[in-house]
Design a protein around this ligand. Sequence first.
Ligand code: UT7
Length: 323
Amino acid sequence: MEAKITAIGTYAPEKVIDNHYFESFIETSDEWIRSRTGIIERRFSAEDEYTSDLSVAAVRDLAKRYNKDISDVDFILVATVTHDQIMPSMGTQLQYRLNIPNAAALDISAACAGFGYGITLARSLIHSGMYRKILVIGAETLTKVTDFKDRTSCILFGDGAGAILIEAAENGNIGECIAGAEGSGGQDLYLSTQATQVNGTPIKANNKIVQNGRAVFRWAVTRMSEIFEAIVEKNGLRKEDIDWFIPHSANMRIIEAICQRVGFPVEKSLESLSRYGNTSSASIPLALDEAVRAGKVKKGDKLLLLGFGGGLTYAGTVIEWGI
Ligand code: UT7
């Protein structure tokens, strides 16, 4: 059996925050944020709105729009770095709240590459013959772990969730996947409640995202250009065969630089950054779903998805859109 994406759904909190919001408490400007990142606005979750709530809403959107019965889902994979609590996992909370009696449930900790890891794992679980119907969710409430005193990072993050359903099918539409890790860069992007160290570097224990923006930027541009090429090659394609490139939405300049390096037209990339900021594991499904709803992504289009982020981690694949 092969793996096929049969439905997609998303949710973002109602509260829209524009760039001017930050001007009152840090030294920044709408102009700087737009030109250096591409972000125009982002969503903030309500005080009592958590990642599990966003995830449930995204799955309900998926079930409603595609008229899907999810009660027989047999695996739930939730990619997040902002779980409501460490234990019980988000996966188990969704299993209960969505009333899915016989599902295994697991959270994935791969930061902004989490959704790509989820697709990679779901595809493998279905190809193994052990599972037939899997929910993959990327969901974050990053604004709950954002350091609003740090102007280099607080302007970046937003909240949102995306979900896809992957089912066993004779003809699948998820191509060969590449997932990897470069732990040597772990200290450049972290979130910790304990004052431990990463690679010998002491880290802060403030439960806020800390990022060495320039280091991650450099790594993303150089390594993700290589991984883009590797994914194309592993799928026996040429880059001209790709209709849409959907990278993690971290910074518009990163997307432009990758496209320039690999010689891929940036107009054929999709982003969720401008309207949602950096939503980590939710950024790829948010961008994809928006393009699906707008009729930009059509049946038969080849999509190259590529997530990258804290860990450092990356994961991507090619999907032939089939719904
Ligand atoms: O999602 C996980 C993966 N994450 C990423 O991929 C993020 C990668 N990094 C980035 O997107 C960018 O590095 C940032 C958006 C975080 C920063 O942009 P940058 O162009 O790399 O800025 P920079 O750190 O080189 O700083 C340039 C200047 C500095 O001032 P000086 O030293 O040149 O005087 C900063 O202090 O911009 C200043 N700056 C700001 N100015 C106004 C930094 N943040 C701000 C701000 N408003 N919010």
